[in-house]
Design a protein around this ligand. Sequence first.
Ligand code: NAP
Ligand code: 8YV
Length: 312
Amino acid sequence: MSRPRVLLAGRLMPELESALTAQFDCHFLVNETDPGSFLAAHGKEFRALVTTSKNGADAALMDALPNLKAITHFGVGYDTVDAGAAAKRGIGLSNTPDVLNDCVADVAMGLLIDAGRGLSASDRFVRRGDWLKGQFPLATRVSGKKLGIVGLGRIGQAIAKRAQGFDMDIRYHSRKPVAGTAFTHEPSLVALAQWCDFMIVIVSGGPATRHLISADVIRALGPQGFLVNVSRGSVVDEAALVDALVNRRIAGAGLDVFEDEPRVPQALMALDNLVLLPHLASGTRETRKAMGDLVLANLHSFFEQGRLVTPV
Ligand code: NAP
Ligand code: 8YV
């Protein structure tokens, strides 16, 4: 029997590409010099598309794939896929939830501790030879402090579990209170920012959360407050954040995601009161393998049983 045709929107990690090309008849759209002509000639051959947050899938791409019935997204946050357009066309969409909760939560706590205690900044201090000239400035205590979590979903709850180990006092913001949690729900994001010492942002991306962390929220965090963003760059008003960091109107930040990745505002490069990561929160061999396995499981289930394993 011939292997099903699968369109890959962009490059994936080599192990996943090998598995996909061994198990399916794969075509890389990204290798086409003229993707429009390729899709006009071959678009109807594909019933499944694999994509990532970098490549996404818009309505125009779906229109060019008239027999598309499944989009399998490598990553839990599918904000660059037009989910509404997919639903309208009867295209199923899957993501990779849960398998990355621990690793993303680990990095969120790592950023919080690094920003508060100045670990990366003090590493630079030692490497520059500045320790020979004097002491590194005192930092901010983490244990026992107040933590505001924006988005107490799958990953937010994994972060809360870790923060409890640091005896942190935890409150959270989301549109609806989470059933069965002991943590206090704070309906006002500004009030949460005023209350907490550290704020971790882990909501979904997309138009509904664009600039949720506004200039007002950043102002409310105040000169002693730290912001950690492991959600999507679009969730934070980056211009307001840069302004607050440059002018020390917040104490510091830990950022894994940016509005225009991989471009990071030049004004942030020279600052020592923040930690900059290249969108790596889920980036361990173990977790990325589990995410890839879930993409494969979704494709097999779609082609063999007509349903996705982890539909959104
Ligand atoms: P999830 O379980 O769906 O949780 C999302 C949370 O966001 C929920 O608590 C939800 O609560 C809240 N939320 C959604 N829209 C909101 C709004 N407009 N205002 C306030 N709160 C809102 O998702 P998850 O699996 O934890 O993942 C969260 C996100 O993390 C992903 O979508 C992705 O963008 C990001 N992520 C980043 C990395 C990375 O590498 N940095 C890795 C994995 C995931 P309500 O619906 O009640 O509002
Ligand atoms: C990945 C992510 O880095 O799952 C997500 O939403 O942002 C990360 O796990 C990304 O999706 C890889 O494409």
